[in-house]
Design a binder for this molecule. Structure first.
Ligand SMILES: Cc1cc2nc3c(=O)[nH]c(=O)nc-3n(C[C@H](O)[C@H](O)[C@H](O)COP(=O)(O)OP(=O)(O)OC[C@H]3O[C@@H](n4cnc5c(N)ncnc54)[C@H](O)[C@@H]3O)c2cc1C
Length: 335
């Protein structure tokens, strides 16, 4: 292993690719989990990322491309070898002739969304609060509040394992709910450039929508503890309700009274502690230190947990709700 890392280091120095080594993923990652990463490379232009990919593949060194790590559960006891971070590939421009936004993979979604606002383009408003990168958003067709990447994406350019570039039109990507060919079939192709086209809109109404979604997120999303948004694509409560008629009645009543009709307060509650406690008791969910957010059982939190505790919760939920809803967060196994 040491030899491999030395080889990557020497190559990176020669090719002017920034890197950090011996990285504590608990400090580096968004979820503050994981063991060690021997080396993380930060190419900052097309040539450098192409060369990285070519070099690593030619030398049979396994690696994984990461963006902001906002969907990734790195495991505490794993010593990972090599990651390529896309975060320095962050140029975004506007093609006036084609009316298209041209974004490198590492641009963050809030930036894409605000860039579109400046151009009065609609279709990106819901993406404003997603803390991930554009490339990873294509990888999983990210979306929220009625917007998903699929609606505005035109095409992507990817880097193949041999360093060559390939173009895909949107309709070749099998973009569906939180999925694409990059997640299923083509996981050795690295998205480099993404092209988007929005419809011309009214900038004030775009601004107002973004503002509304931003406020909603603040209310419904976990902010106190490191987290990764939704664990499953879909509502865990709904899936649990299908398993147990009584819980179904309780959770639908809770939803109607506190969220839809807002019978007792003008505002819906800030958390779902009451419903969560009922679910934990009824379904016998076990933990020492609550691994999910008070706001939603579908959001993992890291409150000093070992990742084994997180995996244990995921497997308990999986036993309860089966494969009916796909898991959205990704567990990064040793590779
Ligand atoms: C607070 C919070 C709220 C969230 N809300 C939402 C939401 O509303 N909607 C939603 O869809 N998601 C949401 N997410 C999840 C997450 O932000 C998205 O999945 C986002 O697209 C991940 O981007 P990332 O840059 O962090 O990717 P990472 O987590 O770093 O990577 C995710 C996957 O993408 C792959 N990948 C990354 N870059 C590339 C590339 N260039 N080419 C090929 N593969 C690549 C990685 O290998 C990995 O498999 C939320 C997360 C958090 C923490």
């Amino acid at each position: 292993m040491m030899q491999t890392i030395e080889k990557i280091k020497d190559w990176s120095k020669k090719n002017d690719v920034e890197f950090i080594k011996n990285v504590n993923l608990k400090r580096f990652s968004y979820f503050k989990s994981g063991g060690n990463a021997q080396i993380i490379l930060f190419p900052n232009n097309l040539l450098k990322i192409k060369n990285c990919i070519k070099f690593l593949n030619k030398n049979f060194i396994k690696f994984k491309v990461i963006g902001e790590t906002t969907n990734l559960i790195f495991l505490d006891d794993v010593d990972y070898t090599c990651f390529i971070s896309s975060t320095k590939l962050n140029k975004i421009t506007f093609d006036l002739n084609k009316n298209e936004i041209v974004s490198e993979t590492g641009v963050m979604l809030p930036e894409l969304s605000r860039f579109a606002l400046k151009k009065s383009l609609t279709g990106f408003e819901g993406l404003e609060g997603i803390p991930g990168s554009v490339g990873a958003a294509v990888f999983m067709n990210a979306g929220a509040y009625g917007n998903e990447v699929k609606q505005t994406l035109v095409s992507v350019e990817v880097i193949l394992p041999n360093g060559l570039i390939k173009k895909y039109k949107k309709n070749q990507l099998k973009l569906s709910y939180r999925n694409s060919i990059f997640r299923t079939e083509k996981n050795n192709e690295i998205i480099y450039k993404c092209i988007f086209k929005g419809k011309k809109g009214n900038s004030l109404s775009i601004y107002n929508k973004m503002s509304l979604f931003h406020n909603k997120r603040h209310k419904y999303q976990e902010w106190m503890y490191p987290n990764l948004g939704s664990l499953y694509s879909g509502s865990v409560y709904r899936s649990l309700a299908k398993k147990d008629f009584i819980f179904g009645l309780i959770s639908s009543g809770y939803y109607l009274i506190f969220y839809k009709w807002k019978l007792f307060r003008r505002e819906s509650p800030d958390n779902r502690n009451w419903l969560n406690n009922i679910a934990v008791k009824r379904f016998g969910i076990n933990f020492k230190n609550q691994p999910f957010s008070n706001k939603d059982m579908n959001t993992l939190i890291n409150n000093g947990h070992h990742t084994d505790e997180i995996l244990d919760y995921i497997s308990q939920l999986k036993k309860l709700i089966g494969d009916s809803v796909p898991i959205e967060n990704e567990i990064v196994k040793k590779f």
